[in-house]
Ligand binder design. Structure first.
Ligand code: ZN
Length: 68
């Protein structure tokens, strides 16, 4: 999985799921994979987020765009 150290724009086509930080380095990293078509995250992270919700719904703030 590709990652970046700064959060991708919500309006971009990059997943941007925030990954766990590691040890003394408190900087976050974010998933840099492209969003899956019709989803707010890459396929893997869409499934993670959907699995967290009892109804399997992914709720996003306004301004987030889905993958093309
Ligand atoms: Zn992702």
């Amino acid at each position: 999985m590709k990652t970046v150290g700064t959060e991708p724009a919500r309006s971009s086509q990059t997943c941007g799921y925030q990954l766990s930080t590691n040890g003394w380095d408190s900087r976050a990293s974010f998933c840099a994979e492209p969003k899956a078509t019709g989803l707010y995250y890459c396929r893997e992270h869409h499934e993670w987020v959907a699995a967290d919700d009892p109804n399997g719904v992914v709720r996003m703030a306004p301004g987030n765009v889905k993958g093309r």
